[in-house]
Design a binder for this molecule. Structure first.
Ligand code: SF4
Ligand code: SF4
Ligand code: FES
Length: 227
């Protein structure tokens, strides 16, 4: 006899649905008949479009997750936040400098952070959001860039912040500043790009493209590996 699929009750927009226990929140919503147009993107945990908050019956805690990554739990009450309003300041990356004043001029609210840590608890990427905000308050652009590197811009931190901070927008500005002005330059890479502009490899690429699979495999085996 075929094994029975275990079903669990979840509540979507307040309505109960019994869904297979193995589904993610996103698949459960689709299984229940919803067609997702907003609040869905990559389905792989990268785009941040499917930020979701939920409660579990009789549990006072508020939970956060990505709908495409979080598996359903019994008695889950779901609420999706495909968009949460947060300030996004206009700036021209070519016209601003990688210095602390840029953070404070572009996002003066940075200094309003209370250090409560609610943002860190909300982050589905498990980033130390409070920590990178503290670095932003010190004007440490490099640290903000490094600490926020895995941010997927889902907005859950901003949705929970009592000081109305747009944490992820402050962080992406710092990553842009770091990438453009502070990150060490790779001489090798710049040299290679220059060579490409000078068409140095055109002939070699043409010859490669003309090879069949056997020829490519032979070439791969013969390749010289630099020590
Ligand atoms: S939730 Fe807001 S106020 Fe609290 S630590 Fe995070 S950024 Fe600061
Ligand atoms: S820092 Fe904020 S926007 Fe970025 S992944 Fe974490 S909760 Fe989402
Ligand atoms: S759909 Fe992209 S993170 Fe979930």
């Amino acid at each position: 006899m075929a094994e029975q699929t275990e079903m669990v009750p979840v509540f979507i927009m307040g309505k109960r649905y019994d869904v297979p226990a193995s589904l993610t929140i996103m698949k459960a919503m689709e299984w229940a008949g919803y067609t997702l147009i907003r609040g869905v993107g990559c389905r792989g945990g990268f785009c941040g479009a499917c930020a979701t908050v939920y409660r579990i019956k009789d549990d006072p805690k508020l939970y956060f997750g990505l709908a495409c990554q979080t598996v359903v739990r019994p008695d889950m009450y779901l609420g999706q936040i495909p968009f949460f309003p947060a300030k996004r300041a206009p700036y021209d990356i070519k016209a601003i400098k990688a210095e602390p004043a840029t953070i404070f001029m572009t996002y003066p609210e940075t200094l309003r952070c209370l250090g409560c840590g609610t943002c860190t608890k909300a982050c589905p990427q498990e980033l130390d959001v409070k920590g990178y905000m503290a670095a932003a308050m010190r004007g440490d652009i490099e640290k903000v860039a490094n600490m926020s590197f895995d941010c997927i811009m889902c907005g859950l931190c901003a949705a929970r912040c009592p000081a109305e901070e747009p944490q992820y927008n402050i962080a992406i500005m710092c990553r842009r500043l770091y990438g453009r002005y502070l990150a060490p330059r790779s001489e090798h890479l710049e040299k290679r790009v220059q060579e490409l502009h000078e068409h140095k490899y055109d002939e070699e690429l043409k010859a490669l493209k003309a090879l069949d699979m056997a020829g490519l495999k032979a070439l791969y085996k013969e390749r010289v590996i630099e020590k």
